[in-house]
Design a protein around this ligand. Structure first.
Ligand SMILES: C[S@@+](CC[C@H](N)C(=O)[O-])C[C@H]1O[C@@H](n2cnc3c(N)ncnc32)[C@H](O)[C@@H]1O
Length: 336
């Protein structure tokens, strides 16, 4: 895409042209209710990122209310006015590539700015917000409607994407946010526009808890299953459900993954392991806390399923090389 057919470039060029007009018109309309609503979720003095801060109207209000604020915008002319209005922490940057480390901000505010992105780029901007937010809150306002289109302003063009509220909620959930509040409102300067404003917060990423079963046959061989998702061998096991205790997890997961009914003989150990991202389909590294039990078969038949492509009974001295590395420890501990 050249700058001549790139919606963001053309829209930013328009803002460079109309910045003084924009400031004159919009600075009179402080979005008091919206600011109150968003700021009520933040601790006093928290650090806020204003994405597409424009001429700095909302940054000035954040600072006035005792918060700290950083602004980013793609338009140098809009940022110049924001600086004249008293904002000091400003960066010329794109909402799809925020120039900040992860986990920096307590809140992020994107008022009427992400609506200038092509819809295909909306998820990338949300992911950037999630990356740079600590466990914190976002406010996003967009125009209600359908499709993507160009509108003229002072003889120049701006690109707009219009949304349905459910579309915004889905995009936020997919980008790792819980939606807390969705509102529809009229236009602060009287135009025939309906606004969607959404407050969300980052889903809390905590370690996953799970259980596994180490099962030996009469010859002392251990039962391994080959995972369908990454092709590696492992002992049967999985994550704990909300309504069970950890011993039930080991029994249920064994049944689901092998078809066998087992009972618990004894606790083997507790293991806190970091799963590297490349080994798992969701490509996300995570810490898991696993309780391993030695289990005895009561009945059932080995049966393959969606999660398992192969079973094998292995001598503990000759475990397969493509066994998940941290499962060896559980097998050896179960033998002792
Ligand atoms: C309608 S104005 C809103 C400005 C301010 N948030 C307000 O409510 O007054 C949209 C702003 O988004 C900025 N913008 C558009 N596309 C952007 C992008 N990809 N990255 C960063 N800023 C962008 C524009 O330069 C403009 O300042």
């Amino acid at each position: 895409m050249t700058p001549f057919n790139n919606p963001v470039e053309i829209t930013v060029a328009t803002y460079n042209h109309i910045a003084p007009n924009y400031a004159a018109r919009r600075h009179k309309t402080v979005l008091g209710d919206e600011l109150d609503r968003f700021l009520s979720y933040l601790k006093p003095g928290g650090l806020i990122l204003d994405i597409g801060c424009g001429t700095g109207r909302d940054m000035a209000e954040f600072l006035r209310r005792g918060f700290r604020a950083v602004g980013v915008d793609r338009s140098a002319a809009m940022l110049k006015i924001a600086a004249q209005e008293g904002a000091t922490l400003l960066a010329l940057a794109d909402s799809r590539r925020l120039p900040f480390a992860k986990d920096v901000f307590a809140g992020e505010w994107a008022c009427a700015s992400l609506l200038h992105l092509p819809k295909a780029d909306f998820p990338a901007a949300l992911r950037e917000i999630n990356r740079t937010l600590r466990h914190g809150h976002i406010y996003i306002s967009l125009k209600k409607g359908e499709a993507e289109t160009w509108r003229s302003a002072h003889g120049r063009k701006r690109f707009f994407a219009y949304y349905h509220p459910a579309e915004v909620e889905l995009a936020l959930e997919r980008a790792g946010f819980h939606v807390l509040d969705v509102r529809l409102s009229g236009d602060a300067i009287g135009r025939d526009t309906r606004w969607i404003s959404v407050i969300g917060w980052t889903k809390l990423d905590t370690p996953h808890v799970g259980a596994c079963a180490v099962i030996f046959d009469e010859q002392g061989r251990v039962l391994l299953t080959r995972r369908a998702d990454n092709g590696m061998w492992c002992v049967p096991g999985g994550h704990m459900d909300m309504d069970e205790v950890i011993r039930q997890t080991a029994i249920r997961e064994t049944k689901e993954e092998t078809g066998l009914d087992v009972e618990i003989e004894r606790l083997v150990g507790m293991y806190s392991v970091h799963h590297p991202a490349h080994l798992f389909p969701e490509r996300k590294s995570r810490t898991v806390f696993i309780v391993a039990f030695r289990c005895k078969i009561l009945g059932g038949e080995l049966a393959l399923n969606d999660e398992v492509t192969e079973f094998g009974w292995f001598e503990p001295e000759t475990l397969p090389p493509d066994l998940l590395a941290y499962h060896t420890e559980r097998i050896l501990d179960a033998m002792s």
